[in-house]
Design a protein around this ligand. Sequence first.
Ligand SMILES: *Cc1c(COP(=O)(O)O)cnc(C)c1O
Length: 368
Amino acid sequence: MSSGQPFGTFFLPGPTEVHPTVLQAMTRPMIAHRGKDFEALFARLQRGMRDVFRTARPILISSSSATGLMEASVRCAPAGPVLAVVNGAFSERFAHIARSCERDTDVLEVPLGRAVDPDELRRRVKQKRYAAVTLVHSETSTGALSDVRAATRVCRDSGALCLVDSVTGVAGVPLFFDEWEMDFALTGSQKALALPPGLALGVASAEYMQTAGAAKGRGLYFDLVEFESYAAKNQTPNTPVIPLFYALDVQLERIAAEGMEARWARHRAMAEQTWKWVDDAARRTGLPLRVLSPDGERSLTVSAVTLPPGVTGPQMAAAVRERGFVIGSGYGKLRETTFRIGHMGDHTPDRLALCLDACEEALVALTK
Ligand SMILES: *Cc1c(COP(=O)(O)O)cnc(C)c1O
């Protein structure tokens, strides 16, 4: 790491720690983005990312942060009202995007820490004809994981497209775009893919793309129709962030070497290790610690843990920092009352164990 710390100390839930080999790839010389070398690079990224998203559809690669593709998915969705499922800060952002794109937007409010209940969703989409439903797969602000397969099915039955933000899902939590018959899913480079920030990657179904062509006011930079037609030529509509394409190229080789199933299993192991530590640490210290999300609704990439009274999220993050590890404070409404550990990307159970030790030491020191 550039700060001189060993790899395996930066457990922020985004951006995540980037392996030195991947960082190194970004220093390669530039190439023309309308040349053969770029087209070969783009084709490799397509192949690699299709395995990550489990799809045969083109991968839409945007030189923007993940929010760019969130906005694109709304702009290019067919005309009509949007239902935004809100169970945290990032799903709230999706609702905000829909409103700022002048969509008639309703909200299905879900308690913080909880996943989307497919039955509740079914009741809502039956009440009104929605063009699209927005939801977040892994809500990074709360650590809740929603069943996007079930949600997609419910939306489809009602005739609405299901737009899924899987920014901390894809590459850490299983997602099968084609098999689950998803309409749209997106991720960002700086979460479970463990790249620096700056790239958004998405997939749209053929059905979604058919209607996108008729959507009015799509704008230019985030027009998914443009992304798809350029992808057919192994190009991007405008100058891409080439250093991040190099980094993704190297990272996809590393992901393929590990294998997606093994990658998901490693994420599950780190999540279970974190949940177990919370229970054990609560017992050892007598502090009222708990994973915010209930069992069965927890993300495999990020955990939000409730803090004892008198300790705030920023205090906790600072105390852990003094012990050589970076974690996140709470986020949004949970900033003061929780802390978050990003156990995703290229992290390992061995290094996570050291981070959890540091967290426990910090908790003991802060509550003395
Ligand atoms: C990080 C994150 C985003 C935002 O990504 P940016 O790259 O900052 O635009 C959106 N949704 C979720 C669930 C995230 O974790």
